[in-house]
Design a protein around this ligand. Sequence first.
Ligand code: FES
Length: 145
Amino acid sequence: MSVEFKPEVVAFCCRHCAYAAADLAGGGRQAYPSAIKIVELPCTGRMDVVNVLHAFESGADGVLVAGCLSGKCHYIKGNLYARQRVNYLKALLDEIGLESERLRMVNISAAMGIRFAELANEHVECVRKLGPNPLRSAAKQGVAA
Ligand code: FES
């Protein structure tokens, strides 16, 4: 008997846009997977490379970084710095044999609740196709990978 794989995805969301969009999605009963665990940030510019690596090391199957639309970051360039870090991390993930598709950055506004739900569903589906994070079993057993 096979058990259906249910991915766990950590979403680092800027409070000014993506977090508000997720709230709007929830309030509007737009379904997005419960597998999405939202971490609220003041800006995606506060997301550090270590935060994402720690999420994967702790067993997350995927990570979504969601920031303000281009040119709309409340801290001017926070989402641009986040994009640079995500690009760096994607290259790093490929290098260590963890598919870079597990990490995605999106830009949305606070009014895009429906779009947030769509993007969350898309990313969870993408991660589901990739399968479990190979570091997950080691993380659950408390073994350093
Ligand atoms: Fe939203 Fe910077 S304030 S990404």
